[in-house]
Design a protein. Structure first.
Lengths: 273, 297
């Protein structure tokens, strides 16, 4: 369509002025009483910026608490102007917010802020992710006893699952803000790995044992069960496979084991066209 | 687009284009109220959802909605199709909407006479467009596309606006009437928006309503506004959806019902959301107006 059309010009001017208050308000706006249209246009600018900033505050409540409402709002405004939503589905907005926070100089004094935001986005993603039935205890155990085949087996993980491996105490900080941990006892500089998952109704946020994050991430990347165990052990000599598997069963992390001899052509992944 | 071309039948045997919401009062479904709805099963004519809040793959929103939909008629109200946009309709978003409508088979689907996207960005607000021959052609083409893809007649909602455009050559009722005539879509008459816009542009709301094709109203919206002022101190109403319906809007609602007869009516309360009981109470007030309209008819 013609980029010179009146409608295009009108919307382009309008859009540019919505996100950047330094841009002039669009030409051609009128008010019945001849009043300055800038004040009326400001209603739209305010609607856009405050509704998106509210959406971010809903998605990132702990991030907001950590820096206070005023700071959060100012930070959100900079982010919104730079990275407005690309879709009308606001539950999908904010994937880039943690990385933005990491580079946001005024937030340097809170080095763990970006990771807390990342955890909160994983939470929202898990909330809206596809439903799937996790393997129950007996099905999981039945897979584990096939010791010969287990080494090469692939584990399919729950679609809601996310893992965050942080050099900060991201789980403890998050938990303290849920009121389940005393913030005074948290050492923010302690590294923590976190699992976020929604096996049924509720989203679970669980701290991971040393090496468990690497183990589950390796499984997720498609590495075999045995290969993932090796990778985790190589990273953390104290990696406890048995305890980690028990945690995984309780959290509903696995939805299926694929054994090579059953699925030589891997029917769960149809050949690409 | 001829509405009779939506011939495809649904499993219930009634073409979606001819189903409609019952002529009673409904409320917007809010996550804050999921539990209260299931616990109290209030007498409401329908629930309305914002489509964009139910486009995730799974999770609690779908589980609650599925349960509630079993017992209540449903209206799906889109806020992101950007029908007035020069850039065209986002086909990916339209496909996701089509999937949602297929899944829940709502009695009604509606969207706004507004735009909300430009240059790939979504602004999360209903932005105004000039009313010209060019924008009329664009809006009609978009509604044709949407109705074809969704295989149903949609309702188009009149907007709340804060500015007007020097280039407009049609009045808002003229524009809306032309869109309805050309596309076959119905009208979602937001009485609060009518009051807000007429106040903001110094027009007579009764004349505004009289100029609309009221026989095509498939649903009415009622909501609360917020009072502000423009640069010269004139009253400027903001469509805030954060309070009870104003008495002037109730009066205008009665004026509409006297002309349309009973029509499905939604109480919109999206910000500072009250306890569920308060929302049901507000819907009860709309029901009383609807009953009065039946008595008159």
């Amino acid at each position: 369509m013609s980029a010179q059309s009146g409608l295009y010009r009108c919307e382009a001017e309008f859009a540019a002025a919505l996100l950047d208050a330094d841009n002039p308000y669009p030409t051609g706006l009128v008010a019945w009483n001849g009043s300055d249209p800038a004040k009326r246009f400001a209603v739209y600018r305010n609607n856009v910026v405050s509704s998106l900033s509210d959406a971010l505050a809903d998605t990132f409540p702990v991030t907001r608490e950590l820096v206070g409402g005023e700071f959060f709002r100012a930070m959100a405004h900079v982010f919104i102007a730079k990275t407005p939503p690309r879709s009308p589905v606001l539950a999908e907005y904010g994937d880039e917010f943690p990385a933005f926070i990491k580079g946001f100089t005024p937030a340097e004094g809170v080095p763990y802020l970006a990771d807390v935001a990342h955890l909160e986005k994983l939470y929202l993603n898990a909330y809206h992710a596809a439903d799937a039935l996790p393997l129950d205890d007996s099905a999981f155990q039945a897979a584990l006893v096939r010791t010969h085949a287990l080494h090469n087996a692939r584990v399919r993980l729950h679609p809601s699952m996310g893992i965050l491996r942080s050099s900060h105490a991201v789980f403890s900080l998050w938990a303290a803000h849920q009121g389940v941990l005393d913030l005074g006892t948290v050492d923010p500089s302690r590294a923590e790995d976190v699992l976020v998952i929604r096996p049924h109704w509720d989203v679970l946020v669980l701290p991971l044992r040393p090496g468990a994050g690497r183990f589950i991430e390796s499984l997720f990347s498609g590495l075999s069960f045995g290969g993932s165990n090796l990778a985790a052990t190589a990273e953390q000599t104290e990696f406890d496979l048995v305890a980690t598997l028990a945690d995984m069963i309780r959290a509903g992390v696995a939805v299926a084991f694929d054994f090579d001899e059953e699925n030589p052509t891997c029917p769960h992944h149809p050949p690409s066209k | 687009m001829n509405p009779s071309s939506f011939a495809e039948a649904n499993p219930a045997g009634v073409p979606p284009s001819f189903r409609c919401l019952p002529a009673g009062a409904g409320v917007g479904l809010k996550p804050e109220h999921y539990a209260a709805v299931l616990a109290t099963r209030p007498r409401l004519a329908f629930f309305e959802i914002h489509a964009e809040n139910y486009l995730g793959a799974g999770g609690p929103p779908h589980r609650y909605l599925s349960r509630i939909r079993e017992d209540y008629p449903l209206s799906v109200h889109g806020v992101g199709l950007s029908i007035g946009s020069e850039e065209g309709i986002d086909e990916v978003h339209l496909d996701r909407l089509a999937g949602l409508l297929l899944r829940y088979q709502p009695e009604s689907f509606s969207e706004h006479l507004a735009w909300s996207t430009h240059g790939g960005a979504f602004f999360n607000d209903l932005l105004p467009l000039p009313y010209t021959q060019e924008t009329l052609d664009r809006v009609c083409a978009h509604i044709d596309l949407i109705q074809d893809r969704l295989q149903r007649r949609m309702l188009l909602e009149n907007p709340s606006t804060y500015v007007e455009f020097a280039q407009s050559s049609l009045s808002e009722p003229e524009f809306i009437s032309a869109v309805l005539k050309r596309t076959g879509c119905g009208l979602l008459l937001d009485v609060n928006n009518a009051f807000v816009s007429c106040t903001n542009h110094h027009r007579d709301p009764h004349a505004y309503l009289d100029a609309l094709p009221l026989s095509r109203v498939g649903e009415i919206h009622l909501a609360g506004f917020f009072e502000d002022s423009d640069a010269d101190g004139a009253l400027l109403l903001i469509d805030a959806h954060g309070s009870a319906v104003a008495s002037a809007v109730w009066d205008l609602y009665a004026y509409v019902l006297a002309r349309t007869g009973p029509v499905a009516t939604l109480i919109e309360w999206d910000n500072d959301i009250p306890a569920f009981g308060r929302l049901v109470e507000e819907a009860g007030r709309a029901d009383a107006c609807l009953a009065a309209a039946v008595a008159v008819a």
